[in-house]
Write a protein that binds this ligand. Structure first.
Ligand code: 5HY
Length: 245
């Protein structure tokens, strides 16, 4: 199957790292194509960033190459509903995928994310998807998204101890049984954190890859009836004109 991974921010290094994380989780025969918008924020750390990033997802969907499923690799799931209108292939946001996976392996989970100001975005998604009863807390570390990739001389991510400490505090404070990593850029930390914490740690990129494979395997597609029907044909003005239907 062909899985199109969209990194909604415009940092090529991050797009490449997300493609690597997705390929590490993918089954043989799953081909990952990664892309990012031609415009927008270098990282997404607030509502304004997210709004522009959502338009970037719409841009990438409007001219998407052939695909069997789509993965939106940003923890705000920007443009998820718009993407589901634009294709019949299953579309997975990494936040929604991670919430589902965490709910299969714990009675309650905690989210550990980057900037504290983005916690509200995760909280909005928990309510949108109906996971507010399963998530026991959302916690920021105030580590900027693009700082997650910084490593020491041995190649160890500099942010790992701080994220581990935040996860430990969350597990104790929330009495939760699993940790959801609240940023696509944390994908590479998942295995090390799971060993150190001794609880399930869910990376949304890997969860979305496996759930996409499952949906395609079940021959399920996004419903063309009602809410996710194709956008109605109409002209778009200005820079959006090429995106019109
Ligand atoms: C993400 N921002 O996954 C989100 C994380 C966040 O550029 N990729 C980003 O902090 O909301």
């Amino acid at each position: 199957m062909n899985l199109l991974l969209i990194n909604p921010n415009t940092t090529q290094r991050m797009t490449d790292a997300l493609a690597t994380a997705a390929r590490a989780a993918a089954a043989p025969g799953t081909c990952i194509t990664a892309c990012q918008p031609s415009f927008g924020p270098a990282s997404i750390e607030g509502f304004f960033d997210e709004t522009i990033a959502a338009a970037g997802v719409a841009e990438q969907m409007r001219h998407a190459p052939a695909h069997d499923a789509v993965l939106i690799a940003c923890f705000g799931d920007p443009g998820l509903d718009a993407a589901r209108e634009a294709t019949r292939a299953p579309v997975l946001g990494i936040a929604e995928a991670a919430f589902h996976a965490a709910s299969f392996v714990s009675t309650g989970f905690s989210v550990v994310t980057t900037m504290t100001r983005t916690c509200v975005i995760a909280e909005h998604l928990l309510h949108k998807y109906g996971f507010e009863r399963r998530c026991r807390g959302v916690h920021g570390t105030d580590i900027p998204v693009l700082a997650l990739e910084h490593c020491d001389a041995q190649g160890q991510p500099l942010c790992l101890p701080q994220i581990e400490a935040a996860a430990r505090a969350a597990l104790a404070q929330d009495r939760s049984g699993a940790i959801v990593l609240g940023c696509a850029g944390m994908a590479g930390l998942c295995a090390a954190l799971q060993v150190r914490l001794g609880v399930p740690v869910i990376d949304g990129v890997s969860a979305a890859v496996k759930l996409a494979e499952a949906l395609v395997g079940l021959k399920l597609t996004t419903s063309a009836v009602g809410d996710y029907a194709l956008p109605l044909p109409k002209p778009y003005a200005g820079w959006a004109q090429p995106l019109s239907w």
